[in-house]
Design a protein around this ligand. Structure first.
Ligand code: FE
Length: 180
């Protein structure tokens, strides 16, 4: 009798375990599908991104552009082309040509580098924590080519309160008069 009870309990346990395992495998299948979907969307973004070898960048960029964009350098304050430049137009990435900032959002920050209170669109730039030189700063990079642009600080004017402090050498200005 006890043996029979033991056999029944064992069979029940095995069947419960079987159902659970089946559910786990179905769930992991779902998870895998979600993962592959997100991989696909990442691939789509990656298609739009530009990846070049350091040798290729060296051929395309001037030594100063390479130093700032690829080696995260900084141009000397008040030395760049755009810190005191206020024509109407668009500032593009010097590495890949992506349109990054508009003259509409440029302001005179008196810091010696071109300053904007926002990028042209949220997805044009990416951010990275920068702990170099004993400071904690937020680095701003071009979302398309990964080039170093500058840093963003929270001492900017309205409406964002942000100051995108960008190296002139990372930018190329394109004059674009406002359409009336
Ligand atoms: Fe770029």
């Amino acid at each position: 009798m006890i043996k029979l009870l033991f056999v029944i309990i064992t069979i029940s346990l095995i069947s419960i375990l079987g159902i659970s395992l089946n559910k786990v495998s179905r769930d992991s299948g779902k998870a895998f599908k979600m993962l592959s979907d997100s991989t696909k969307s990442k691939e789509k973004i990656m298609e739009e991104k530009i990846t070049r070898s350091e040798e290729e960048w060296k051929k395309i960029l001037t030594p100063e552009q390479y130093r700032v964009l690829r080696e995260k350098g900084t141009e000397r304050a008040y030395s760049g082309e755009y810190w005191n430049h206020f024509e109407e137009g668009v500032y593009k990435c010097a590495g890949c040509g992506a349109e990054l900032f508009s003259s509409d959002t440029k302001f005179d920050s008196h810091c010696g580098w071109p300053s904007y209170f926002t990028p042209l669109a949220r997805d044009r730039v990416i951010y990275k924590e920068d702990r170099s030189y004993g400071m904690i700063r937020t680095e701003v990079l071009c979302a398309k080519c990964g080039g170093h642009l500058g840093h963003v600080f929270d001492d900017g004017p309205d409406p964002t309160g942000l100051r995108y402090c960008i190296n002139s050498v990372s930018l190329i200005f394109e004059k674009r008069p406002k359409q009336k």
